[in-house]
Design a protein around this ligand. Sequence first.
Ligand code: SF4
Length: 460
Amino acid sequence: MTTFRNRVQDAFATGVPIAIDRGARGHYDKRVKAAAVFPQMEDMRDRARVIRAEVIASLDEVLAEFADAVAARGGKVFFAADAAEANDYIVNLARAEGVSRAVKVKSMVTEEIELNAALEAAGIEAVETDLGEFIVQLAGEKPSHIIAPVLHKDRYAVGELLAEQLGVPYTDDPTELNDIARKHLRSRFLSAEMGISGVNMAVAEDGAVALVTNEGNGRLCTTAPQIHVAVMGMERLVRTRDDLAVILEVLARSATGQGLSVYTNIVTGPRRSGEPDGPDQFHVVIVDNGRSATLGSRVAEILYCIRCGACLNACPVYRHVGGHPYATTYPGPIGKVLTPSLYGLEEWHELPATSSLCGACQEVCPVRIDIPKLLVELRQQSTGHMPRSIRVGLAGFAWVSTRPRLYRTLTRFVAFFGRWWSKDGWLRHVPFLLRGWRIDRDVPAPAPETFNDWWRKRGA
Ligand code: SF4
């Protein structure tokens, strides 16, 4: 795999980060406005955190209650240890039922397990029906944001893509673009034998799964086909409907600044006798895929996440580079913790380091996950995977900075040398280690006195 730095350079070459910054900033501003007119927001965040913390602390028991409740309502539950097991179950079910086309609601866990590829390898067409996911699928790309998958494209790029892929006249009018997608998808909804959704939250007490969407495609996918398969990460649970109401209060406000998403669907099993519509079969695939290991780790708090995306919108790193350089389903602050937790630090040790630890993510997180603390924990765990030069450099820094007299002497010397080396108050040339910093910034000459000396003069 290429390095994060290389992937960022690739992203900059496409100009994508400009669209990302605009889109993420827009969501961030909407969240600020929504919180300002909802006085209970902070209280709801506290309650949401307690709800999620209690579920994660007793996840085995809550999962068992949920599975029993689904079965009692005529649904089937399958526990998948990993992506392969989840995909096999769904592909085998599709084959057994003669499914040739499946329509999908946006779902990050199905991205995580690469379900579309598994279905297509089995000759089953998988059609994304969320507008953003549909565009991403047409472009053969990956989502760049967990709630706004196509944040990296503007309407002009979407217009060109639809014209090229669907053979329609070019337009960049959003309403016309919507109409083109709607017409294209309508016949797919009606002809699909299987509908596949994610799960925003599942409710243990009655086996319900809640889906929030803004486009209504969730309703079509979960009611028109004869089979509904809901795929969920094993941690996406609350105990009761009252707890679900608290999560919904903070979810859309944090994600898009809406009081509530346009559609909130609560699905409780297959069609029962006397009901006019709905699927004949309801399956819930509960995916572990590394979550059990995370549960027993020092970063288990990341499992409180309700996937609102607010931390991405607030993150200065995400806003600068976009989602694709993370090379994973979950970009931004959530991904910097979740991805190494699910797949291991050996391959993903770079991600926790891609943060300035500014704390913007924690400030907006509706369940108050202390992401900076988790990033520091993962950085400590990943030192063994860092290049030797960085390990030696950090060890040297630790050795010097824990010897105050030596530290003061060295910083005075570096400051003196820096001033001598500078010209007109600026450093024109910098040592190798600072060259990356110098690419986009000017480096001023060191101040006439070090901070330590300034501080000591004040008798502190
Ligand atoms: S970590 Fe918090 S802010 Fe980020 S997606 Fe999860 S719930 Fe939202």
